[in-house]
Design a protein around this ligand. Structure first.
Ligand SMILES: [Mg+2]
Length: 129
């Protein structure tokens, strides 16, 4: 079963790089949605069923941390498997994010890092079929 993926990052170049990396990771990618900030990301989540969210932290309008907090407050969105992909270096902030049930992948990232994070979040998600 292929996954519908939402990539939220304020850099179009970074979104393209994340998408390319996910495709290289061998994960079954289906529909791909993109958003440039947390507000657009929430709108995309509310309009589409999403199997996997990949979200940046530092973005204008609404950052990734606030987007995740709003998702947690919404019973319809709080179960969406989420991976934060960021250059964030603050251990405190990373720990706080992980306590919300999200996975954290540092930029720069490899296909293996993304694939492993997805498999930890969605045990069956990394398998074809
Ligand atoms: Mg950013």
């Amino acid at each position: 079963m292929s996954m519908t993926i939402l990539i939220v990052d304020d850099s179009g170049v970074m979104r393209a790089m994340i998408l390319k990396t996910i495709r290289m990771s061998g994960l079954p990618v289906g529909k791909v949605l993109q958003a440039a900030n947390g507000q657009e990301g929430l709108a995309a989540l509310r309009a589409n069923p999403v199997d996997l969210l990949l979200v940046d932290i530092n973005m204008p309008v609404m950052n990734g941390e606030e987007m995740i907090e709003r998702m947690q407050a919404d019973p319809g969105l709080r179960e969406v498997p989420t991976i934060v992909i960021s250059t964030e270096g603050s251990e405190k902030r990373i720990t706080s994010l992980k306590s919300k049930g999200v996975r954290f992948v540092h930029k720069p990232f490899s296909p293996e890092m993304i694939r492993d994070a997805v498999r930890q979040l969605i045990p069956s998600g990394g398998n074809d079929g």
